[in-house]
Design a protein around this ligand. Structure first.
Ligand SMILES: CC/C=C\C=C\CC(=O)SCCNC(=O)CCNC(=O)[C@H](O)C(C)(C)COP(=O)(O)OP(=O)(O)OC[C@H]1O[C@@H](n2cnc3c(N)ncnc32)[C@H](O)[C@@H]1OP(=O)(O)O
Length: 319
């Protein structure tokens, strides 16, 4: 059977409760214990089968999904490598923001229909209860492949061109910012199952229209770039892939120049308000800031603002 992605739980945990997710984000236990120096050297050069990680600018990593000859149809290695990669991004204090895009003609053609079919048909277990238990465990492992994007405290920007199908929609719905090119299209595909790795949980909160979410989910309606923009699934549309990547990297660079205490704390607290009612989120941010307001970054930021400079002029310490 498939080995567990590092850091994932060994028993079916069901879908993660909001507080699990928040706890994991705020107090992430290193999945692979690694010195900061090691992590810094590790990621850009790290060899993955399905991901290429490039250092684009100071503190900005570009993660490119690879399998262009199969239009980024994702195989077994992908599910494991995404977890490894973004756990490392989370630990790597020299990475402040990430862009994720597809190599070749599209962002992602969903699961590898040839290679992954047997994964769900062939579940181990001596009886139905044990098979169900093992299947639940597998589903939770697959969920971790995209949940890791939310748990990573560094903002992740999805830059989508061409097709973004099935698992591609699950992936982008777990990202913090979504941009696309004019040629992008998005689709849920009918393969006879309920989507179970994030789309159905995220889209109703992301998109402005329940009706459109239902349409996408029930009819497999193909959404083109203008429609995804008007429905808020993406926040910006660019003329082509080149412009898309340029602008996504610019946004990541802007984020990377800011105080990590501010940016990462903002991501954690936005996720808190996504999951919890306002009074609870207000209480959480008060508790958060009772320590984080003691950062030197505030004084440094105020000083450069007074001098009419930008955050890129501040030597913020690593986090
Ligand atoms: C754990 C479960 C969690 C999540 C589950 C999610 C469900 C899904 O993801 S279902 C989605 C399944 N995907 C699809 O139905 C998309 C199928 N592909 C396409 O529609 C098209 O390939 C395209 C993405 C629109 C691109 O079209 P085009 O540019 O014309 O390329 P093609 O000639 O069609 O394909 C080139 C090459 O790639 C192979 N390929 C494409 N998609 C897949 C795929 N999903 N699985 C396996 N292989 C794929 C295609 O067969 C071609 O291969 P050749 O060997 O060159 O024939």
């Amino acid at each position: 059977s498939q080995s567990l992605p590092s850091g994932s739980q060994s028993l079916p945990s069901g879908s993660q409760s909001p507080s699990d997710r928040l706890g994991a984000t705020a107090l992430q236990v290193p999945a692979r214990l690694m010195l900061v120096e090691e992590a810094e050297q590790c990621l850009p050069g790290h060899s993955f089968e399905t991901l290429q990680v490039m250092l684009e600018q100071d503190h900005v990593l570009h993660v490119e999904l690879h399998h262009p000859e199969k239009r980024i149809a994702v195989n077994m290695a992908f599910w494991r490598e995404m977890v490894e990669c973004f756990q490392d991004v989370g630990q790597d204090s020299s990475c402040h923001a990430t862009v994720i895009s597809g190599a070749g003609k599209c962002f992602m053609a969903g699961i590898d229909l040839m290679g992954m079919g047997s994964e769900f048909m062939m579940v181990e277990g001596e009886d139905r209860a044990r098979k169900a238990w093992n299947l639940c465990r597998k589903i939770c492992e697959y969920q971790e492949t995209f949940s890791v994007l939310e748990k990573c405290p560094k903002p992740v920007i999805a830059a989508v061109h061409g097709a973004c199908v099935g698992a591609g929609v699950d992936l982008i719905s777990a990202c913090d910012i979504r941009y696309c090119a004019q040629d992008a299209w998005f689709q849920e595909v009918d393969i006879g199952l309920v989507a179970d790795v994030g789309t159905l949980q995220h889209l109703p909160k992301i998109m402005g229209s329940w009706s459109l979410v239902n349409e996408l989910a029930f009819t497999t309606h193909k959404m083109m770039a203008p429609e995804v923009q008007s429905s808020s699934l993406v926040s910006r549309v660019f003329a082509d892939k080149e412009m898309l990547l340029q602008r996504a990297l610019e946004a990541a660079t802007t984020i990377a120049a800011r105080s990590s205490v501010a940016v990462q704390g903002t991501k954690v607290n936005l996720l808190c308000s996504w999951d919890h009612p306002v009074p609870k989120s207000l209480r959480y941010v008060a508790t958060w800031n009772m320590s984080m307001l003691q950062t030197e970054d505030i004084l440094k930021s105020v000083q450069v603002a007074m001098e009419k400079k930008g955050p890129e002029d501040v030597p913020f310490s690593k986090l």
